[in-house]
Design a protein around this ligand. Sequence first.
Ligand code: GAL
Length: 352
Amino acid sequence: MKRIFVVFALAFLTLGNLSVLNVKAEGETYDVGVAIYQYNDNFMTLFRNELETYFKELGEADGNTYNVEFQDGKNDQATQTEQLNNFIAQGKDILIANLVDPTGADQIILNAMNADIPVVLINREPDVSTLELWPGKTTYVGVDARQSGVFQGEIIAELENKGDINGDGVVNYITIMGDAGNVDAEQRTKYSVETLSETIKAESLGEPQRGNWDQAKGQEIAANAISQYGEQVEVIFSNNDGMALGAVQAIKGAGRTINEDIYIVGVDALPEVVDLLENNEFTGTVLNDHYNQARTAADIAVKLLNGEEVSPYYWHDYIKVSKPEDAELERTEYREESIEDYQKRIKDTYGE
Ligand code: GAL
């Protein structure tokens, strides 16, 4: 809980002299509860490590102590709900939550509201209605998944042959998806293909398969598709780099050569993928900027700890990565947005 340590030095008053009152504020101690949907996830590990590092930096800079406790939701909403309710019962000052299932977030927000503990949601975009439950004290810090899908489509469309390796005028692709109902998975799947289709006809070989962000599943899905469709597979759209790394193994295992007889595009810009790009063993990825997302989530958390009201949305941009330099991390400004402006922007830009 909030504790104020104020140390008063002795005050001396001597005749004819001014009184000297030396007040030294040692800062506040804040208890921060961070719930991560699952530790076993490459991207969320980068995000979590950055949060931890940055809260330490913040404490060194402002003299406050941020006691940050992380919990692994193990990809199970019941487990995570218990962890969040424990945070609330312990009287954490703020919650940062990467929910397993954002569609089930409402009761958690209401519990936090009853205990007057603000909530910063990260990574998995919640419904507008969730952000409306406790305005000013509930916020989402993230990136717009539609943008990552558009960039994936552009990476293929910008290739000399537009992804059409066999020159028949059609790009045949497969999609490896994240988990069901996940906004990032849905939007990347939709906008990658829609964007490519603006330049060239694109046809899916079978239905998108769910790899749940997991490398081993990505490998299995790609291996099956390659053995079923053979050389017909020209492009692999993977909703993230983790699954794409698995697909790379499958591609190599099948004796195919990336950027010669097959293309692959992911999202996240994991260091392993940036290394592959360097060697021309990967087509392109999209930086899912964990650095700025983590830092902004912590900065907004600090505003809330100071009693401020915050906006419903704080956005960063995805960045298209075709060469390693594109993935360099640097601090950038966030964009604040109201619910009204968000809805208008999505309607105007994407017609949703
Ligand atoms: C996505 C990310 C994936 C995975 C997922 C978890 O934004 O690209 O790699 O971490 O979040 O929700």
